[in-house]
Design a binder for this molecule. Sequence first.
Ligand SMILES: [Zn+2]
Length: 211
Amino acid sequence: MIQLKKFSFNPLQVNLYLLYEDGGSAILIDPSAFDESEFSELEEFVSLHSLTISRIINTHGHFDHVFGAGRLRKAYGAEFMIHQADSGLIASAEFQAAAFGFRLPAAVPAPDFFLEDGSEVVSGNISLRVIHVPGHSPGCVAFHQPENGWLFTGDTLFAGSIGRTDLPGGITTRSSGASGRSFLFCPKKRRYCRAMARFQPSDGRKDPIHS
Ligand SMILES: [Zn+2]
């Protein structure tokens, strides 16, 4: 059975997701771990469940989503994947981070593969479909896991709206808004997993798009 674990990491509280089977392979979405305690917390979980992380995949290339990419790729020997249209963002991640007063724990590695719309990311019995949803950044993607109805939207969505398009690389166009809304109003029953905990309602209301 495929299981899901969420960690909210770094000062911006970006969610890192692990999809895994106990004792088997795992896919890591958005390597947002930043400090030693977060890397340790993740490692303890990986060891406890005897996981082999074979893929590190990113919803997009903003610095707060790739803080731990360099260290985690090296630690687990996993392949790092992102959409090619966000290559410029990860190349400038160090400067983005510096602008907000942060230092990356390690340089963001060059991608081993580029994610493409409609392609699948597979690890063991786990597979995710890639959906390109430019807007929040040029290379923003969502990951759909049909067996459980999970959709990992990154920053493309947050509660009750589309995601921000005013950050580096963001595009505010009719089409970018449309891509977000098409997720939001998708008629099919889906469970949504947002990658940005900081947009969760703080007053305890149930988030309509968060599982
Ligand atoms: Zn972002």
